[in-house]
Write a protein that binds this ligand. Sequence first.
Ligand code: ZN
Ligand code: ZN
Length: 100
Amino acid sequence: MKKCPNCGAEVEPGFQLCWNCNYSFTENKVLDIKDSLDGDRELDCLRCNVPMIFSGNYKFHEGARSGVLGAIGEMFVNRESFDLYTCPKCGKVEFFAPLQ
Ligand SMILES: [Zn+2]
Ligand SMILES: [Zn+2]
């Protein structure tokens, strides 16, 4: 265990960020990580410049690798679920692996 110089919390040696106050051991300061935990992204459709809408979480399962999703399933063969974003203007759909 190492101690956070900012708040005194005990931090696992492998972590570069204090779990309590977001102190960064690599940058020697408290990071301002706003909204980093809710998993939401602010995305603009590259074509339309309008915000894309979060459309839910899509789960892949056995047998999903057919039809139109086949190519995507192969690309992300090791992933299980994705956040789905849709452009309300042109209907473009984007998949993102959920933030950990
Ligand atoms: Zn701390
Ligand atoms: Zn669009």
